[in-house]
Structures are given as structure tokens and as C-alpha cells.
Design a protein around this ligand. Structure first.
Ligand code: SF4
Length: 364
């Protein structure tokens, strides 16, 4: 049995967990233009963009020998809840004999979650499972912590590309971690790496901070979002992102009494604009915008995949919200045709508006 999973952001977390549980793995490659073309070719036309891009990733991983796909489900009007089934049917029709293990939130479907867990852990003792989860959770937290530092520093790096290189170096160090002792050593080395990235001094008043919000796949997967974080950094902007894996794990897996649930807080902040959960991350999108306003960020980029119903709802609310809370917000729809050249002018103009607004504020 060789397991694989969708590529979303940094794959070492899922890879590490599945490996620690004793399974062979086919780590998915970062999606390329070819991956997306493949996914589009074999997906229903009306499906949302992530479903198509992930389809391409699956086909490539199955071609490399994978035969089990581990993925997450979905709920509400978002169609992600059906995508495991749809992907499986299409792949079977294409001749791939593949098993799917689809995880939903442990809080929404405890029985289903545990049934899936048993499939993943059948070769491991309970103690090993507990240790593996704990280790991977800590790795996830650490990597997100360093990623947040990089998202800040990148805007001021002296040598172009050094922050991204440092992050890659840190991720490959964490990829080798086998136990908690090593974890501490690697955290120290990683601290040293980020502390030694040369950056230029910028006065506090002149710093621009942009929040990226929207649907989780397009927010986290740089290969489909035009490397938006790097683009914004090259325009001198610090970046905050609405989704991190550790937040997802905390919200969906860690029992309530043991967690500080940031996602619950965010959902509350989105409540005045969308009262109920409408699936996907629409409510979080609006909650994050409010949160970023409270934290003093200067602008928001909202990423929505083409064909995404929940984000279409949040997009329709955003213009009113932008006026009410006085926050510049740029929505960008992404699909297989999107490229940086299509959107760069819009992003540059948006950042210019924010810079001008900020300068006026300083003068007055
Ligand atoms: S949230 Fe939107 S893009 Fe994501 S799976 Fe659901 S419908 Fe598709």
C-alpha cells in the first residue's frame, strides 16, 4: 500500500505523519501547469478550481505508484464533501484501482474519523500513534511559527530570495526529525537561520501589512496563487495569511478543553456578516478581515477559486464590508487561466493605493 494526499502548502507534515505510522508514501509533487491541465482535462467543467487542480495531483501520484489517497472532506453547501467520491469515480473510470480515506472533522463525525484512523494506524501501537501525532503537531506549530517570521521579514530582505531559501532549509531540517529531542535542536538551528537573514531597516510608520484571506487551498498553495506572498513581499509588503495547518489541526482534531481555538474567535468575528456556516471558509474569510482590521493591517487580498460557491457569497458582501470598516480589499478569482501577468497590474495598483493612503495619514 502506497499512500498519497493532495499537495496544499507544505506537504512534509502529512508525509511525516503517514511515514511515522509506518506506511510507504508517494509524496505529491508541487502542482505545475501540466498538473493543472491534466486535472482540468479529467474533471467536470462546473467543478471548482481546487477540485480540478487536486485531480491533476492525484493522477500524477497514482502514475508514480500510489494506490491509497488520504484527504479531508467538507460540509455545508461547499462541494468538497462530495469530492472524495467524485475523484474516486473518475479515477476508477480512468482505470486506476485506488482506495480513498476521507477525513472529516473529529467533532462533526467522531465515528467516521475513528474508522479512518484505524485504517491509518493498523500497524502501530497506541503509544506510537500518540507519540507520532504529538511530534507531527509540534512540527506543524514550529513550521508555521517560522513561516510567519519569514512572511514578515521577506518584505525587507536585502538579498532577493534569501527568505524563501531559508524557509526551504528549515523545512528540510524538520523533514528529518524523528523525536522530540531532535525537535528542540532543530528549532534552535532554525531560530539561528531566521535571525541571520540580513534585512533593511524600515520605519514602523512606513511598513505595509497585507492580509491574505479566502478559500484554504488557494490561500495555502503557492503554485496556484501566483506565489502571491512573494509578489507582495517584492512590493515591500509584509504578509499575514488566514490559514495555517496548525490552526486547522487545532480546530478540527484537538479536543476543545485542550485548545485555544483561534478559528472559533474568527468565526465569531464573521458572524455579523454571515450568520450561519455556509460551508468552505466563507465565514472565516469575513471574520479574518475584521480581525486584520483590529490588528491594524493596511489592506486585504481576497483569493477565491473560480466555481467556489461559499467564496462567491463572501465576495458579494465584501464591498459593503470594505466601506463599513474602511479597509481596502482586492478580490482575485483564480482558475487554470490565471497567471501573474493577468493580475500583477491590479496588485501593484492596489499596493500603490494603500501606500498613498498611508502617506496621507502620516502627513495629516
Ligand atoms: S470551498 Fe469552494 S473551492 Fe473549496 S472545495 Fe468548497 S466549493 Fe470548492
Amino acid at each position: 500500500m502506497k499512500m498519497t494526499f493532495p499537495h496544499m502548502g507544505n506537504p512534509i507534515i502529512y508525509k511525516k505523519l503517514i511515514e511515522l505510522l509506518g506506511h510507504e508514501i508517494v509524496c505529491p509533487n508541487k502542482p505545475t501547469k501540466k498538473t493543472i491541465e491534466l486535472g482540468v482535462k479529467h474533471s467536470p467543467e462546473f467543478a471548482c478550481f481546487p477540485m480540478k487542480a487536486i485531480m491533476g495531483t492525484y493522477i500524477e501520484s497514482l502514475e508514480r505508484g500510489a494506490d491509497v489517497i488520504v484527504t479531508s472532506g467538507g460540509h455545508g453547501p461547499c462541494r468538497a464533501g462530495f469530492y472524495g467520491e467524485v475523484h474516486k469515480k473518475i479515477l476508477n473510470n480512468m482505470g486506476y484501482d485506488v482506495e480513498f480515506i476521507v477525513f472529516d472533522s473529529i467533532h462533526k463525525d467522531f465515528k467516521g474519523f475513528m474508522k479512518n484512523m484505524m485504517k491509518l494506524v493498523k500497524h502501530s501501537s497506541l503509544l506510537k500513534v500518540y507519540k507520532s501525532f504529538r511530534l507531527v503537531y509540534k512540527i506543524t506549530k514550529d513550521i508555521d511559527y517560522f513561516e510567519k517570521i519569514i512572511q514578515t521579514k521577506r518584505a525587507y530582505e536585502i538579498n532577493k530570495g534569501e527568505c524563501s531559501k531559508a524557509l526551504q532549509e528549515i523545512i528540510s531540517l524538520y523533514d528529518k526529525v524523528q523525536d522530540h529531542k531532535e525537535l528542540e535542536k532543530i528549532k534552535k538551528t532554525s531560530e539561528y537561520i531566521v535571525d541571520n537573514i540580513p534585512i533593511k531597516y524600515v520605519e514602523e510608520d512606513h511598513k505595509i501589512r497585507i492580509g491574505i484571506v479566502g478559500e484554504i487551498y488557494v490561500v495555502m498553495e503557492s503554485s496556484v496563487n501566483m506565489k502571491i506572498e512573494e509578489v507582495l513581499a517584492s512590493l515591500g509588503c509584509e504578509v499575514r495569511r488566514s490559514h495555517y495547518l496548525s490552526d486547522w489541526a487545532e480546530h478540527n482534531i484537538v479536543p476543545k478543553i485542550f485548545r485555544h481555538d483561534r478559528e472559533e474567535e474568527i468565526l465569531k468575528k464573521g458572524e455579523p456578516y454571515i450568520e450561519v456556516q455556509i460551508g468552505g471558509h466563507a465565514k472565516e474569510t469575513l471574520g479574518h478581515i475584521v480581525d486584520y482590521k483590529e490588528k491594524g493591517l493596511d489592506g486585504i487580498i481576497h483569493l477565491l477559486p473560480f466555481g467556489c460557491l461559499p467564496e462567491l457569497v463572501s465576495q458579494s458582501i465584501i464591498p459593503r464590508m470594505s466601506r463599513e470598516i474602511d479597509m481596502p480589499i482586492l478580490s482575485i478569482a483564480l482558475d487554470e487561466q490565471s497567471g501573474l501577468s493577468n493580475n500583477l497590474t491590479r496588485i501593484e495598483a492596489f499596493v500603490d493605493i494603500i501606500k498613498t493612503k498611508k502617506k496621507r495619514k502620516i502627513v495629516s
